[in-house]
Design a protein around this ligand. Structure first.
Ligand SMILES: Nc1ncnc2c1ncn2[C@@H]1O[C@H](COP(=O)(O)OP(=O)(O)OP(=O)(O)O)[C@@H](O)[C@H]1O
Ligand SMILES: [Mg+2]
Length: 329
C-alpha cells in the first residue's frame, strides 16, 4: 500500500443511512493510489453511487472520513470540487443545448473564459469523436455519444481525479469498447486517477488496476483482479441443475459434494452450483455421481479458470447478480 500522501482517494469507515432507514453504506473504506484506475464493483443497490456522492461532496456521511486529492471532503469541499471531475450515473448535460454549448457552460462554471475555453471545448469534442455532433442539440445523441459527452464535461477543467459512475451502463458492445479505450487512454497518457463504478465484471477486470467488490454498503474484498482470481486455487466447476434447489437441500448437497467428490467451496444458488477443485476435469465424474445419488438432475457442466464472478461468490456468498455480463441492462 502506498503512503498516505500518494493516495488520491482515501475513505475510511463511511456510514450513510438514508431517511426511510436504508443503510446505503455500512463501513465503506476505499483507498486509491494517485495515477491509477480503481474499480468499485457491485450489484444494484450495493452503495457505489452513494460512495461516489460522498467523495464528490454531493452527500455527507453520517460518520467516517474521506479525503480526495489530499483535501478532506467535509472540511474543504470547494478544494475537492476543483480537483475532481464527476460523471454521474445519470447524465447532467442540458438536452436542449448543443454538445459544444454544454462544454462551454461547464467550463465557465470552473472559471474558464475566452479563447482558452473555446480551444478546450474543441479539443474535447475532437478527442471524444463529437466534432460534428457538437453542433447539434444533445437530445438527438445516441447513448454512446451522450456518455462520451458526459466524460468530456467531467474533464473540461483538467481534474486530477475523475469519478465515473457506471460509464458504460446501457451502451451497446461497440460503444462500450470505445469508452473502455478512452478511459484506458485517459489513465495512461494523462496520469489521471480514475475511480469508476460498474456492475460489469468484465469492465472492472479490463480497466481497473485494483478493484473492490462492494456488497451491502461495504467492501468485501479488494485487490488486483489477477490476485483476487489467483487466491482461488484450482478450477471452477459449474453445474447447471435442471430444477432449482431449496436452502435445506442445497446444504445437504454441498456437504455431500465436499465429502465425497473432493471439491471445496461448494455453493448452490437456485439452479446454479459452483465448486472448486485442483483438477476440475478430474472432479466432474465424482461431482456428477454425487448429484445423481442425491437425485439432482443435471442440465450442463462446465470447468473454467476462476473468474471475478467466482471471486464474488466466494466473498459475498452468492452469485454476482449482473443480469448480463456483456450487453445493456
Ligand atoms: N436518495 C436516496 N434516498 C433513499 N434511499 C436511497 C437514496 N439513494 C440511494 N438509496 C438507497 O441506498 C442503497 C444504495 O444505493 P446506491 O445508489 O448507492 O447503490 P448503487 O451501488 O449505486 O446501485 P446501482 O448499481 O443500482 O446504481 C440502495 O438501497 C438505494 O435504494
Ligand atoms: Mg449507482
Amino acid at each position: 500500500m502506498p503512503g498516505n500522501d500518494a493516495l488520491a482517494v482515501d475513505a475510511r469507515e463511511l456510514i450513510k443511512t438514508y431517511s426511510g432507514g436504508v443503510t446505503a453504506l455500512d463501513g465503506m473504506s476505499v483507498q486509491v493510489a494517485a495515477g491509477t484506475v480503481f474499480g468499485l464493483l457491485g450489484p444494484n443497490g450495493a452503495g457505489k453511487s452513494t460512495t461516489v456522492k460522498i467523495l464528490t461532496t454531493l452527500a455527507r456521511p453520517d460518520s467516517g472520513a474521506a479525503s480526495v486529492a489530499g483535501h478532506d471532503v467535509a472540511k474543504k469541499p470547494g478544494k475537492v470540487r476543483r480537483a475532481i471531475g464527476v460523471v454521474s450515473q445519470k447524465s447532467g448535460a442540458d438536452p436542449v443545448a448543443t454538445g459544444r454549448e454544454n462544454l462551454i457552460l461547464q467550463g465557465r462554471l470552473y472559471g474558464l473564459r475566452g479563447p482558452e475555453l473555446q480551444r478546450r471545448a474543441d479539443e474535447l469534442l475532437e478527442r471524444f469523436d463529437l466534432t460534428d455532433a457538437g453542433k447539434r442539440p444533445v437530445k438527438g445523441y445516441s447513448g454512446g455519444m451522450q456518455r462520451r459527452l458526459d466524460v468530456a464535461l467531467g474533464l473540461v477543467h483538467r481534474p486530477e481525479v475523475l469519478f465515473l459512475d457506471e460509464p458504460t451502463t446501457g451502451l451497446d458492445p461497440e460503444a462500450r469498447q470505445a469508452m473502455w479505450d478512452e478511459i484506458a487512454r485517459l489513465a495512461g497518457d494523462e496520469g489521471l486517477t480514475i475511480l469508476l463504478t460498474t456492475h460489469y465484471l468484465e469492465e472492472a477486470d479490463k480497466l481497473a488496476e485494483r478493484i473492490a467488490i462492494v456488497d451491502r454498503g461495504r467492501v468485501v474484498v479488494e485487490g488486483t483482479p489477477d490476485a483476487l482470481k489467483g487466491e482461488l486455487r484450482g478450477d471452477a466447476v459449474h453445474v447447471e441443475l435442471r430444477d432449482p434447489v431449496g436452502e435445506v437441500d442445497a446444504r445437504l448437497l454441498t456437504t455431500a459434494l465436499t465429502e465425497f467428490a473432493g471439491v471445496r467451496d461448494a455453493a448452490i444458488d437456485g439452479r446454479r452450483l459452483s465448486a472448486r477443485a485442483d483438477d476440475g476435469a478430474a472432479a466432474v465424474p465424482q461431482v456428477l455421481a454425487v448429484l445423481e445419488r442425491e437425485g439432482a438432475k443435471v442440465a450442463a457442466v462446465t470447468v473454467a479458470r476462476p473468474s471475478l464472478d467466482d471471486v464474488y461468490l466466494r466473498y459475498a456468498g452468492r452469485r454476482f447478480p449482473d443480469v448480463d455480463a456483456g450487453g445493456a441492462r
